[in-house]
Design a protein around this ligand. Sequence first.
Ligand code: C2E
Ligand code: CA
Ligand code: CA
Ligand code: CA
Length: 280
Amino acid sequence: AKSCGKNQVATYTVGVDKVVRERAVLASDIRTALFKDELELYYQPLVSGADGRLSGVEALLRWHHPQRGLVPPIEFIQLAEETGAIRDIGAWVLRTAALQVSTWRRELPGCADLELSVNLSPLQLGEELVPEVLGALSAAGLAPGLLTLEVTESSLLADLESARTHLGALRSAGCRVAIDDFGTGYSSLSYLSRLPADQVKIDRSFIRDLDQYSGAVALVKGIIDMAAALGLDVLAEGVEEMTQQVILGELGCPRYQGYLFSRPIPVGEFGAFVARSAGA
Ligand code: C2E
Ligand code: CA
Ligand code: CA
Ligand code: CA
């Protein structure tokens, strides 16, 4: 029994080593992913109103690893933050997404008013943010009012003064700021009124339970009413079921995002999605 125990310990240690080693490999690979052209953006539709009209897109990173294939952001964003690679990647996301949406606005029928949302890492909330964002917009010929910058509560609170300064400058220029994953952080309601924000995105963990528990409805109603009282726009994330959209509509939530409408779409398939939606 003793040797068996030893064996298990050994196996476990090998397992941990392997995980640590793979993480180190991925961490080193993510540093070169950008200039090796392994990164791609998918775009997930954001829709408005009961008819689910396409109003914008959220740009979402994908990494095509030469050995591992498609690696989801949950497996590499944190590594990209730890290695600092997210700074260059984030700047690339802004430039690429702005150009793409500008192209779609010009070329795709029904997309003349299409807007763009981009995720920001806390590491991007420094000095270079303002020139990076405004540079990307002007290179693409996109008005600042068409861009929403998505940040989480925790990344705002990590350095609130810096975030307030730089996001404040961008808001003065016309950009909007959304609090991503809203409800999963720790800030109190009074805190929300002090954050530099224009929109809240209700986290999908609340939406998932909407048609299951009346408590979830009360929670989401609380968020929507509070957002309205503070003059904030509100969007529900992770809407997968028609019943969820119906409940959200009754609660006064005007904007949605989720698999019910579409998964994130690669650039080459977006035109077909738009054509299909227009035909529907
Ligand atoms: P997020 O910003 O909360 O993005 C929404 C995530 O929810 C996306 O996952 C999207 O595919 C997923 N999603 C959308 N609708 C549904 C639904 O109806 N059901 C379910 N189950 N999921 C849905 P994704 O693309 O894997 O991205 C994960 C996270 O990675 C993002 O969460 C964001 O925090 C981060 N991320 C993605 N792209 C970027 C980027 O360019 N920069 C930074 N800093 N972070 C990014
Ligand atoms: Ca987001
Ligand atoms: Ca989110
Ligand atoms: Ca999230």
